[in-house]
Design a protein around this ligand. Structure first.
Ligand SMILES: CC(C)(COP(=O)(O)OP(=O)(O)OC[C@H]1O[C@@H](n2cnc3c(N)ncnc32)[C@H](O)[C@@H]1OP(=O)(O)O)[C@@H](O)C(=O)NCCC(=O)NCCS
Length: 390
């Protein structure tokens, strides 16, 4: 960690050590989720991610994140009914999405869609835990509808109404692809949404919390989370990663690709993590699903190439704790399921919104605005020089 340089003239209230990118900084206490980067653990509310991926579904996992316990059957039924009831979005949101140029990145369209959605909620400005909980549930339901509409509008197709017969993940796939998914594809999407739902104080969660801590409306906070997730160092890595994998046709190409990246000191997308220095458990689960889905869709070679890239990267960087992260295999899965590459990050957002809103709601009752400081290293006693003397 870099130690701050003091200018001598500046007094600081506390002795601090700064890590670039706030590495090691603690923001708050939480009961929502835990990442142990050394052991490769991811836990939501005490439940490990392997159990949730196997036994839960996205709706139940969202309930768990929001309310802190697994729901009873009647609680889950009630929650599902709410999500179903909120799925439809105002037609004005669709109208705005339609006038956005088709080549705009869908994360920008999603950010716009959520912003417009907030404008049509006449209770958006009522900042109470109760009202924000309701908005949180709306956002979990409606971001999938917005993303589904964006996927179709981009391809010049008419957005579809949600299908109340389908659960959240199957309906989401239906709204993007225009046909009801087979059970396995729906299960894979559901697992992916569970795995992406929460992940400690990552950049987009922190952004959402920082914005919400000044007490604007929840839609504004979630828009900021979408903006943060968009970048290639965060959610956007899944798109970049697949774009890098697709030109590789055989294992030798994979070897050459990794060698080139190492020689050019280029970061390999889908690898490395600020917290995980062991294998990311989400990549363990998604790797298995990637193998199955790609084989099922006749794209087994894509998985084999990805696996070879993984082997080469681990051979070169494993000792430094650089392993595949969640974004490495997710793209191969979505691609095999016929989803356009630019939609990969919006899918991430449709899931991560559960973590964003859960953490915001946890912080809200004892809200305190986030306000860190920067170490000032500039001059202090410059004399102002008039324009004609500069
Ligand atoms: C995730 C990520 C942003 C974490 O960043 P970070 O904690 O700030 O770590 P840094 O970028 O400072 O990397 C630390 C070291 O590991 C190396 N490293 C990290 N990720 C790497 C990768 N994917 N490929 C090659 N080297 C990598 C860096 O080059 C750096 O090496 P150095 O110490 O010799 O300069 C980073 O690993 C990354 O950019 N990965 C690729 C993008 C990605 O997959 N993002 C999705 C994350 S879920």
């Amino acid at each position: 960690m870099a130690k701050p340089k003091y200018t001598g003239k500046i007094e600081w209230p506390a002795k601090i050590e700064l890590g670039r990118g706030l590495e090691g900084a603690i923001t708050n206490e939480t009961r929502i989720g835990y990442v142990d980067g050394q052991k490769g653990w991811l836990v939501y509310r005490g439940y490990n991610i392997f159990d949730l991926a196997e036994h839960s579904n996205f709706e139940e996992t969202s309930y768990l994140l929001l309310f802190g316990k697994l729901p009873t059957k009647s609680e889950l039924d009630e929650f599902n009914q709410k999500l179903l009831g909120y799925r439809k979005i105002p037609s004005q949101v669709i109208d705005v999405l339609k006038v956005i140029p088709k080549n705009v990145h869908p994360m920008s369209a999603l950010r716009t869609g959520v912003s417009v959605l907030g404008c049509f909620d006449d209770k958006a400005e009522e900042i109470t835990v109760e009202n924000d909980t309701e908005i949180a549930i709306k956002l979990i339901a409606q971001m999938a509808t917005i993303a589904g509409a964006i996927a179709r509008i981009r391809k010049g197709q008419k957005p579809l109404d949600p299908d109340p017969e389908l659960d959240h993940s199957a309906n989401f796939l239906y709204m993007m692809n225009g046909k009801k998914p087979d059970d396995f594809s729906a299960k894979v999407m559901d697992v992916s949404l569970i795995l992406h739902a929460d992940h400690g104080m990552n950049a987009s969660t922190f952004t959402t919390m920082v914005v919400n801590s000044s007490l604007p409306d929840l839609y504004s906070s979630v828009c900021s989370g979408i903006c943060s997730l968009k970048g290639p160092l965060h959610g956007g890595a899944n798109e970049r990663c697949l774009a890098d994998l697709l030109p590789l046709k055989e294992e030798n190409d994979a070897v050459k690709y990794v060698k080139d990246c190492i020689e050019k000191k280029k970061k390999i997308m889908g690898f490395g993590h600020r917290v995980y220095k062991a294998y990311d458990p989400r990549a363990t689960i998604l790797g298995k699903y990637s193998q199955k889905v790609t084989e099922m869709k006749g794209m087994g070679n894509l998985y084999q190439i990805a696996k070879k890239v993984e082997e080469e990267v681990i051979a070169a960087y494993g000792e430094r704790g650089i392993f595949p992260n969640v974004d490495f295999y997710s793209g191969t899965i979505y691609y095999a399921m016929g989803i356009e590459v630019p939609m990969f990050t919006p899918i991430f957002a449709v899931s991560r919104v559960s973590g964003w809103v859960a953490r915001v709601l946890e912080y809200l009752p004892e809200n305190r605005i986030f306000r860190p400081r920067a170490v000032y290293v500039g001059p202090l006693e410059e004399k102002f020089v008039p324009m004609d003397k500069r």
